[in-house]
Ligand binder design. Structure first.
Ligand code: ADP
Ligand code: MG
Length: 567
């Protein structure tokens, strides 16, 4: 039990760092069990891993009565734990990471993650701890204090129901639940996104996820107002964006991109106080942008790009260095391939020649000299024949009035429904641009080849996230900074693990991307995130749940990825 640990710290005090190895093991405390899983090599190496296990759960059963509630309670415990660390741990206690405790508790999104898991009869918390040392000498007294005083205090403050703010916890759980509820409602009502009246959409700055103070609160225009009866918050009213083609127009700096960004993130639930806690989007919404320089592997982009110079076959298009328009076309096809049903575009990050080609340009540059079929000529077809909706920020061209179902104008951060006005303008100033499609929208399926993913570097498995936007996978670096709906480093890590997981299992030249992602999704849902970890890593680093769209995005960007067309 813990007395042994106490004794061990006394014994190794002042000795060389590697003696810390002796503390590996399981120790029983009064109200929890501590398991020291991995001991770091030196004070500067990645910190040691520990687990806290409790078999008496003090949280109300009612708050643990379904999967969604458990996720929310776990998420809440992680946040409180993190706060408690900040309160209880006063900085480093020695060299390197000495005395630093950390937990993967996430940002504003509520995600399923491996750092905290809870059900009616068990609570598990995974932490990393920097074992205290001065130079390479063990600071046994500091370690004793850390494990026998500070840690139990933190656990008490965050893992015992009587010590947390019960009201706050309930609200956290209920907000999460109502967000899920609304997301389920969307399809039934023919809506792709919901934005609660009074939401605060803008963030403090480009690098802060905190809500902007003094922001203009979201106010729904009458014609788009909908009410939803929620299980925990009564009737909520806000803007429902209907299925179809929606344009967001308005002057520069009036809040268009801010609205779109909030919709992008509405695929996740948000914590209480975030400002976007009831901004809820279709779970299969994918942000589409231009991404010149990215790799493309065998993607059928022929619905958008046909007969380019040098006559490359665009039905299985590959490039090591794609242009703005081809990368945007590939991003669309790859998203649709794995089930996207809402595409989000912002003019700020789109390739102009991909989005529009106006009447005058059609006259000057004839169709046979322009390989691009602009998105404007496909957007209606996608909606009518494939059930794929679009929300697009487009302040610079009125051509899209031809194809829009809904037009929302942002004016000083307030949305207005200007659909009818836009239709009047359309009549007043008719345009005669031709629709330039010569064939129906469609694509060849892709089947990834076996063995194309190589997770080893020499003999070592090399598989991890390097920050939120980069994966190291064997010898490869996968760049994800333009995959904008990844929100957490532990998601990125889970993506790396997922790629490694599917490689021997599903990449066989026969299974399509769509089916691989379906199976993967099922596997994660049935077995949990840890299941993705490479065998042998019993307690992997922190993972949080990614969507299949982001996993597919990483596959599509790794430079060794190989597919064949498999219609
Ligand atoms: P646009 O895309 O229309 O050019 P942005 O969405 O980029 O405009 O917003 C411009 C600026 O206004 C940003 O700095 C943003 O933080 C701020 N902003 C956006 N929405 C609001 C709001 N509701 N209240 C206050 N400031 C806002
Ligand atoms: Mg903008």
């Amino acid at each position: 039990n813990y007395k042994q640990l106490q004794k061990l710290f006394g014994m190794i005090d002042g000795r060389g760092y590697k003696n810390y190895n002796e503390i590996k093991g399981i120790y029983k405390f009064d109200f929890f069990t501590l398991e020291i899983l991995h001991v770091q090599r030196d004070p500067f190496a990645s910190p040691s891993l520990i687990r806290i296990l409790m078999d008496e759960v003090t949280f109300p059963r009612e708050l643990l009565s379904n999967h969604g509630r458990k996720i929310a309670v776990a998420d809440y415990i992680g946040r409180v734990f993190n706060k408690s660390i900040k309160k209880q741990v006063q900085g480093k206690t020695g060299s390197g990471k000495s005395g630093v405790i950390s937990i993967d508790s996430g940002g504003p999104e509520i995600l399923e993650r491996t750092s905290v898991s809870i059900d009616e009869s068990s609570l598990e918390i995974r932490l990393s701890v920097g074992l205290p040392a001065k130079g390479r000498r063990i600071l046994g007294k500091e370690a004793k204090k850390l494990f026998l005083e500070i840690l139990p205090r933190i656990i008490t403050e965050s893992c015992i129901h009587d010590h947390v703010d019960a009201e706050d916890l309930r609200e956290h759980v209920f907000i999460n639940e109502d967000s899920d509820f609304i997301r389920n409602e969307l399809k039934k009502r023919g809506i792709v996104a919901f934005i609660l009246d009074g939401s605060v959409l803008p963030r403090m700055s480009g690098i802060s996820e905190e809500p902007l103070e003094g922001a203009v609160k979201f106010k729904t225009p009458e014609s788009l107002l909908i009410s939803i009866e929620t299980p925990n918050h009564g009737t909520l009213t806000g803007m429902g964006i209907p299925e179809g083609v929606t344009l967001v127009v308005g002057g520069g700096y009036h809040g268009k991109s801010t609205l779109l960004n909030a919709i992008e993130r509405g695929i996740y639930n948000h914590r209480y106080g975030d400002g976007r806690e009831m901004v809820v989007t279709d779970p299969n919404a994918v942000k589409i942008r231009a991404e010149d320089g990215r790799r493309i592997e065998g993607v059928d982009i022929s619905s958008f790009i046909h007969d380019p110079p040098l006559n490359k076959d665009t039905s299985k298009f590959s490039s090591e260095n794609a242009s703005g328009s081809t990368s945007q076309a590939a991003n669309i096809m790859e998203a649709i391939e794995v089930g996207a049903d809402l595409l989000l575009f912002d003019e700020d990050t789109s390739a102009t020649n991909f989005m529009i080609r106006d009447e005058r340009m059609q006259k000057l540059v004839s169709k046979d000299k322009e390989p691009i079929t602009p998105f404007i000529d496909r957007v209606k077809e996608l909606r009518n024949e494939h059930g794929i909706s679009t929300i697009m920020v487009m302040g610079g061209s009125g051509d899209y009035f031809e194809v829009a179902d809904t037009v929302i104008m942002m004016d000083n951060y307030v949305p207005h429904d200007v659909t009818e006005l836009a239709m009047d303008v359309r009549k007043e100033i008719p345009i005669n641009r031709k629709i330039e499609t010569s064939s129906k929208f469609g694509y060849k399926k892709r089947c990834p080849l076996s063995g194309c993913l190589k997770p080893f570097k020499g003999k070592r498995l090399k598989l991890d996230a390097r920050g939120k936007t980069m994966i190291t996978f064997g010898n490869e670096l996968v760049e994800l900074s333009h995959v904008e709906q990844i929100v957490d480093t532990s998601q990125t890590r889970a993506i790396a693990y997922a790629m490694n997981y599917i490689s021997p299992k599903y990449l066989n030249g026969e299974m399509s991307m769509e089916n691989i992602m379906k199976e993967l999704k099922k596997d994660i849902e049935t077995n949990g995130l840890d299941y993705l970890a490479p065998s042998g890593r019993k307690y992997p680093n922190n993972l949080s749940k990614p969507r299949i769209f982001e996993i597919a995005a990483a596959l599509n960007r790794i430079r060794t990825f190989k597919v064949r067309s498999c219609q």
